[in-house]
Structures are given as structure tokens and as C-alpha cells.
Design a protein around this ligand. Structure first.
Ligand SMILES: *Cc1c(COP(=O)(O)O)cnc(C)c1O
Length: 398
């Protein structure tokens, strides 16, 4: 059976066209961009071109900086730690309860090790941010507000342009983890007040281990990694030249095909969602259907365990993901669904399907055929289904 890959929010396949433009930079143009000879200078020109490709995708001015990093996690860490150093004694962070661990675990560490106060703004049952609570949390002590552009588990999109303006009214910097949004959501950063933005190559059909931090002109940045003078002292270490070339090409392709791919991918996603909800009772979509990435669907199947579903899907050649992080035997449902107050009986059975431009109609057909009998089988084994589900009881959740 053809394998079906629907876990593109975890990572994407590197586009063959991207591999192709990277290859010469391993073997022929292998120079160090800092070297004073032809090997170095030919690489320097290619790096400048990649930067322009990324600025075009982000709608950034040409003097807004793109600092290449080792990925989304490094960009997120750099943004938070830099702001605490450059923001003159401000010692608070405002963020949300549904960020990626790259933000949440960094914040938890800052609270513990440095006594930084972190405000975690809640979301409602559809995953929408409580903007009033956000506004109240901002103060003259806020160094930086950090809110993701789109959530990786549910696809919910946050109004980051407005949130950036509110942060500036309080004199704070605004950072967005846009790892899931870049390439899927049109952006014109030059018209926004966003100061810092994180992105990652491998969520965008470029390789793993390369990412970038966008830095608005005039925003001061303290490096996370110190050493040589690469990236104008903002990120030391010899550049990952093939990775940067690949990420530049990924930006070019994303910009070129964004509209048509969003339309095509959204149609696939919607057909899967509709088909599954029709075929499987006691199931519902989580997240804000009105403001959502076109490629992401998170569906909660009541009275079943996500891990069981994934295992049987995997046997059927289908790769998806559960929001829940299975930590040392205790099956805690995802922090995102818990923040949304999704009942445990449903959060445990939440499955994320995330599409990319590599997906086709047959992928949807295959899941629509394989999943209903899997849920039926698992529910037949579930004591909770026998007790509540089969009798029509449904937790009061909208
Ligand atoms: C994947 C992801 C990251 C981490 O990016 P890496 O390049 O894997 O370090 C951060 N934030 C979000 C929202 C992500 O989806």
C-alpha cells in the first residue's frame, strides 16, 4: 500500500528542487563565506540572494535583517533571551498557554533560574486568545510579548499584527513564533509592528537544522551564540551554507505557489474533515474553524486513546499525530487542548492531520476508508464507550 504522510506540521519532505540547488554547495562552492578568496566570495553572493528570497516571502524591507539560525527553537530562544538583555531592566514576559515547547520550556526555565515573571494568556474553547487578558498583562515591566502566528496542533491563527501594536503601546518588544505560518499565511512585515519572527526550514520543505530570525530594523539583538563575526555578530559560527541556500529556495517556491497550494490543500483537508465527521459519531473538530491554517485538522474522537488510533493507522500505512505528549507512561493530553478545556474523554482521542503540497486525493480516500473501522474497533474495547458513548451521552462541549 502507498504510504500516506499527513504529519507535515511535524516535518516536511525536502522538495527535490531544493535539494538540487543545495548540492553544488557541498562539493564545488564549498568555500567559507568569510574567506578572502574566490571560494569564499562566490558563496557570499549566494547567501545574499537567499536573504533576499526570504525577505520577499516575509514582505520585509531590504534593510530588515534575516539572521540565519539552527532552526525554530534557536530563533525562539534568541528572541526571548535577547529582549531580557536589551530592554533595560524590564523583567516580565507575556506569552500564551498554547505556545510550542520551544517558548514554554524556555519561559519555565527563565522563571526558575532568573526569577522572570511570565504571564501565560489563556484561550477559549475554540483556541482564541483572550485579548483583554493579554492587554491587562502588558505593563512597563514587560520586556517582550511572544505569541505564535499559528498553532501547530490546531492550526488556529492569532491576530499578531494587533497584538504587536498593543505590545508597543506598553513599550515592549513583540515576537512571533511563525514556524507554522510562514509559507502558508501571506505576510507583509513592512506594514506591521512585529519586531522579531521565528521560522524553520523543515516545516517549509527545506532541510532540518536551518531556520531564521527576522529582526526589524532598529531592534537591538543580543546573540545567543557568541564567537566569530558571522551574521554581523548576531549569530556566531560558520554559516550552514547549503541549508541557507535551501531555505532561500524554499521561500521562493512558497511565495510563488502559496495561493494555488493553499486552495488545493484546503480542499483536501476539508474533504477529509467532512468525510470523517460524517462517518464517525461522537467526534468534533478542535480549534477555530473560522481562522485556521488551510493544512491542519485536529479531530477529537471521544472515548478512544489517540495512541491506539495512531498505531492502527500506522499499520494501515497512514502517518498522523496525536497532540498528546506521552511522558513516562502517564498519558497526559496535549497542553493546547487542555488550555482549550477540551474534556479529557475527547482530548485523549485527538488526532492531528496536517497536509502539504505533496498530498493528493488518494491520501484522503485511504484515510476515509481506514479510520472508521479503527475507531469502531477501539470503541468496542473501551469501558468508557460502553458506559457513556454508546448510550448517546456526550460531554457538554461546544
Ligand atoms: C516545529 C516548531 C518549532 C521548532 O522548530 P525546529 O526547527 O524544529 O527547532 C517551533 N515552533 C513551532 C510552532 C513549531 O511547529
Amino acid at each position: 500500500m502507498r504510504p500516506v504522510y499527513l504529519d507535515n506540521n511535524a516535518t516536511t519532505r525536502v522538495d527535490p528542487a531544493i535539494v538540487e540547488v543545495m548540492l553544488p554547495f557541498f562539493t564545488e562552492q564549498f568555500g567559507n563565506a568569510s574567506s578572502m578568496h574566490a571560494f569564499g566570495s562566490s558563496v557570499g553572493g549566494a547567501l545574499r540572494f537567499a536573504r533576499q528570497q526570504m525577505q520577499a516571502l516575509l514582505g520585509a524591507e531590504f534593510d530588515h535583517e534575516i539572521v540565519w539560525t539552527g532552526g525554530g527553537t534557536e530563533s525562539d530562544n534568541t528572541a526571548l533571551l535577547s529582549a531580557l538583555e536589551t530592554q533595560g531592566g524590564r523583567d516580565e514576559i507575556v506569552t500564551t498557554a498554547v505556545e510550542h515547547p520551544a517558548i514554554l520550556n524556555t519561559c519555565a526555565w527563565l522563571e526558575k533560574s532568573r526569577g522572570i515573571k511570565v504571564h501565560y494568556i489563556p484561550v477559549d474553547s475554540r483556541g482564541r486568545l483572550d485579548i483583554e487578558a493579554y492587554r491587562r498583562a502588558l505593563s512597563p515591566r514587560t520586556a517582550i510579548a511572544s505569541v505564535m502566528w499559528a498553532n501547530n496542533e490546531t492550526g488556529t491563527i492569532f491576530p499578531v499584527e494587533v497584538l504587536a501594536e498593543l505590545a508597543h503601546e506598553a513599550g515592549a518588544l513583540f515576537h512571533t513564533d511563525a514556524v507554522q505560518a510562514v509559507g502558508k499565511v501571506p505576510m507583509t512585515l513592512r506594514d506591521s509592528e512585529i519586531d522579531l519572527l521565528s521560522l524553520s526550514g523543515h516545516k517549509l520543505h527545506a532541510p532540518k537544522g536551518i531556520g531564521a530570525l527576522y529582526v526589524r530594523k532598529g531592534v537591538r539583538l543580543r546573540p545567543l551564540i557568541r564567537g566569530g563575526h558571522q551574521e554581523r555578530g548576531r549569530r556566531a559560527g560558520t554559516e550552514n551554507v547549503p541549508g541557507i541556500i535551501g531555505l532561500g529556495k524554499a521561500a521562493e517556491l512558497a511565495l510563488l505557489h502559496m495561493d494555488e497550494e493553499n486552495t488545493r490543500v484546503r480542499a483536501l483537508r476539508d474533504r477529509l474533515e467532512k468525510g470523517l465527521l460524517q462517518r464517525i459519531g461522537n467526534s468534533f473538530v478542535t480549534g477555530d474553524a473560522g481562522s485556521r491554517l488551510p493544512n491542519t485538522s485536529n479531530i477529537a474522537f471521544e472515548y478512544v486513546e489517540g495512541e491506539g488510533i495512531l498505531l492502527l493507522l500506522s499499520k494501515a500505512g497512514i502517518a498522523a499525530s496525536s497532540g498528546s505528549a506521552c511522558t513516562s507512561g502517564s498519558l497526559e493530553p496535549s497542553h493546547v487542548l487542555r488550555a482549550m478545556n477540551v474534556p479529557y474523554t475527547a482530548a485523549h482521542g485527538a488526532i492531528r492531520f496536517s497536509f502539504s503540497r505533496d498530498n493528493v486525493d488518494e491520501d484522503v480516500d485511504q484515510v476515509l476508508e481506514a479510520l472508521p473501522p479503527i475507531i469502531e474497533k477501539l470503541r468496542a474495547l473501551s469501558p468508557f464507550w460502553a458506559k457513556d458513548g454508546a448510550t448517546g451521552f456526550s460531554p457538554s462541549y461546544v
